[in-house]
Ligand binder design. Structure first.
Ligand SMILES: [Zn+2]
Length: 174
């Protein structure tokens, strides 16, 4: 396995449509291995092949204890709508609110070339929608609700530091 470079939002490849995977070759398995390692190393919930510069319809998702390595994933059914904050390894440092379906049914091919169907709700449904959008050249910031505040990682760090400082002050007073 090897870490691959994650492309960021100024890279035009992220806006291109990925091509279907016709056959599960050793090269595709290697790609999935590398994507998995790259996702884990960056604490991501999911990664699409295009984010490491490969225009193939392949995604990896780590959700709770479950790992998904999928080819040609497609949303075949969806229901409801939920707004929630999302981030992306290709748009580092910030989070924005996006409306997504509450539940989705995803059809895909697994590494054995078998067709599988996955039903997902809430956060996992959101991750599937986000990753499948990548395969169509869409970044979440293009769908985000710009009337909602943008949350920056630096804000979170500052909030955490302020909290830690407050705790330190308390301790010093004792
Ligand atoms: Zn992303």
């Amino acid at each position: 396995m090897a870490l691959r470079l994650i492309r960021t939002e100024e890279d035009e490849i992220l806006y291109k449509k990925s091509k279907p995977v016709k056959e599960v070759t050793e090269r595709i398995k290697q790609l999935l291995d590398d994507m998995e390692e790259t996702m884990e190393a960056n604490n991501g919930l999911g990664l699409a092949a295009v984010q490491v510069g490969v225009l193939r319809r392949a995604i990896v998702i780590r959700y709770e204890d479950q790992l998904y390595r999928l080819l040609n994933p497609e949303i075949v059914e969806c229901e409801g709508e939920v707004c929630g904050y999302e981030g992306c390894l290709s748009v580092p440092g910030k989070h924005m609110s996006v409306a997504r379906p509450a539940t989705v049914k995803v059809q895909a091919m697994d590494e054995n070339g078998q067709s599988i169907t996955i039903e997902a709700s809430e956060q996992l449904a959101r991750v599937f929608c986000h990753e499948i959008d990548h395969l169509d050249g869409i970044l979440y910031v293009q769908k985000a609700d710009y009337t909602q505040p943008v949350v920056y990682d630096s804000d979170l760090t500052e909030a955490k530091e302020a909290e830690e400082d407050a705790q330190t002050d308390e301790n010093e007073e004792k």
